[in-house]
Design a protein around this ligand. Sequence first.
Ligand code: SAM
Length: 246
Amino acid sequence: MPATPAWPPKSLPRLFVRTPLGQGTSVDLDAGQANYLGNVMRLGVGSELLVFDGASGEWLARIAEAGKKRMTLAVERLTREAEAIPDVWLAFAPVKRTQTDWLVEKATELGAARLVPVMTRRTVAERVKLERLEAIAIEAAEQCRRTVLPEIAEPQPLARWLEQRDAARTLYFADEGGGERAADAFKPGPACILTGPEGGFTDEERAAVRGHPNAVPISLGPRILRAETAALAALTAYMALAGDWR
Ligand code: SAM
């Protein structure tokens, strides 16, 4: 039987807001956020919460006005500077919706700076809805105490994405056909991890990626991982090696 949740919860609720924050800023919440605080969290005028805007760190705020569908916060003080995260992007071939949602949520928790859906020959995902992925990333950031959201790039075909790539960013290519051990391949500096779809990359795609300046094919071990597992395993290994877990 699940444990009865403690009420009221010990930690303050945390919300992402689109208003740039500073001491004394007044923030009008949207109806969804007002409903969450008022009806789900049962907070009213005078209650404290934490807010972040994706750029200026985390702030303590207090509910100044509360109506049925609206709420205004008064921002009081900075509680945490924006955290530094490794400059690592995750480029992934989208999979089915549930797994892609999961991948975006977990990659946000793990600290990816940018998420890039890359369409490959064998990508079977229908349409990638950016707004949905952004909403998932926001919710994950609220929960995991991130203060800076990952950027979510427009989906693009692999060939075009490769053409436009910044050659100074190491491209760790998770190649199911084999590559260096991830721990041996790691080097400091801006990085991008690329993982493929359930059906894998075609031989032409593998050759094109491997031929790219700064591409480092890596192996993620002796087993073939599902696409979303591979993306998160590679990101996890990168974060550990880059010192994010210090
Ligand atoms: N259908 C492919 C096959 O049978 O070889 C497997 C594709 S795998 C499900 C999806 C993606 O995860 C791959 O394209 C690759 O990027 C990554 N991946 C999975 N296992 C891997 C491993 N052991 N090493 C490197 N990459 C791996």
